[in-house]
Design a protein around this ligand. Structure first.
Ligand code: PMP
Length: 380
């Protein structure tokens, strides 16, 4: 870099280009007591302020302290972590569970520890950024498969020279909310001796009987060649992540997953909150179906395609149009997500709405009025 092109000039240039393209992102802190109706968060089940969830967090906080105090391998494992692991595993129908500090680190840890130099990873083109980063860190040969293309997947696996292969995908894709063809993907993995890693971040709490996830819904729970990753930060209203798989995989990850070994354990309050949320969901399984019902309402208000998950995408194309439409919704009392490149492909900037089980009639009436007028204005 020459002397006159300093770091600061480079930052100015990058910012200028982003601003000109309508791609500048801004942090807008929430203020306590905001009256905005939330259609942007991942609190799909409406549990983030549930009394039992708050109580679970506070009880764990008092019992264990504010932080985990160390790596899970040193001082950071409590009996509370272990209980959460077995409860999560039982819920999705897996043999065992291992909790990480986030869904992101769960993906990094699982994918890197199960692959490595001399192996192949085939990743769906729609895989979440954390899976993409996991592939980059893995030192494996990585092939990106066109979205949900089973024939491509079969050919990539069948013609490989590597013995070990991993297929990685979201179960519910985070940007479009569509579902991976898990049964066909698993069959291809079976036929070709590959392991299927499924990120259920948006599946748990929404898909499957009582929110047990898409793997459970399609009858694949407990298969030894499936590894589920999940987050505790969406339906489970807390923070953290998990890998849910066989005992053998769990034992391997404890020895080999760098984001497990070199990261501080999940904070006890987050563990307590997630356990309480899981307990509420188990007792009140109708919450999962209510998410899909509310998502269908949102699609009806906006003309979006029938949703298969909590995520409803209203494609507007141009980034600035999406930013303006999101601002108009906010002005009228509704907080919606706004996704632009690089989170979504060029030309598909959108409002991203997320449904919540607890939206009531009054909120839905206001949402209908706001979305109908904003989307009509933005599309005109
Ligand atoms: N996977 C998917 C599909 C996600 O949407 C997210 C969160 N945006 C993550 C993983 C990461 O989870 P966490 O926020 O717990 O790190």
């Amino acid at each position: 870099m020459s002397n006159d092109r300093t770091f600061s000039t480079w930052l100015d240039d990058v910012e200028h280009r982003r601003r000109a393209a309508g791609l500048r992102r801004e942090l807008r802190p929430r203020t306590a007591g905001s009256a905005l109706i939330d259609l942007a968060s991942n609190d799909y089940l409406g549990l983030v302020r549930h009394p039992e969830v708050l109580h679970g967090a506070m009880t764990a906080l008092r019992r264990w302290g504010a932080g985990a105090t160390g790596s899970r391998l040193v001082t950071g494992s409590t009996t509370e972590h272990q209980l959460l692991e077995s409860e999560l595993a039982e819920f999705v129908g897996a043999e065992a569970g291992l909790v990480f500090s986030s869904g992101y680190t769960a993906n990094l840890g699982a994918v890197t520890a199960l692959s490595g130099a001399g192996s192949l990873i085939v990743s769906d083109a729609g895989s979440h950024a954390s899976l993409v980063d996991a592939c980059r860190l893995s030192r494996a040969r990585v092939v990106v498969a066109p979205h949900s293309d089973i024939e491509f997947l079969r050919a990539a696996l069948a013609t490989r020279s590597e013995e070990r292969a991993l297929v990685v995908t979201d179960s519910v894709f985070s940007a479009d909310g569509d579902l991976a063809p898990l049964v066909a993907m698993h069959q291809v993995c079976r036929d070709t001796g590959a392991v299927l890693v499924v990120d259920e971040a948006h599946g748990v709490g929404v898909r499957g009987e009582g929110g047990r996830g898409l793997v459970h819904e399609v009858g694949l729970a407990g298969e030894p060649d499936i590894v589920i990753t999940a987050t505790l930060s969406k339906s489970l209203a807390s923070q953290g992540g998990a890998v849910l798989a066989s005992e053998k995989v769990r034992a391997h990850l404890i020895d080999a997953a760098r984001t497990f070994i070199f990261d501080t354990g999940l904070a006890p309050a987050a563990v307590g909150a997630a356990r309480a949320a899981l307990s509420v969901l188990t007792r009140e399984p109708h919450r999962a179906a209510a998410v899909l019902d509310r998502a269908r309402d949102l699609a009806r208000f906006t003309g979006a395609a029938t949703p298969e998950s909590a995520v409803v995408s209203v494609i507007l194309g141009d980034p600035q149009r999406a930013v303006d439409a999101a601002a108009a919704c906010r002005e009228l009392g509704v907080h919606v997500g706004c996704f632009r490149p690089p989170s979504v492909p060029e030309g598909t900037s959108r409002l991203r709405l997320t449904a919540r089980a607890t939206l009531d009639e009054e909120e839905l009436a206001l949402i209908e009025t706001v979305l109908t007028s904003v989307v009509a204005g933005a599309s005109a």
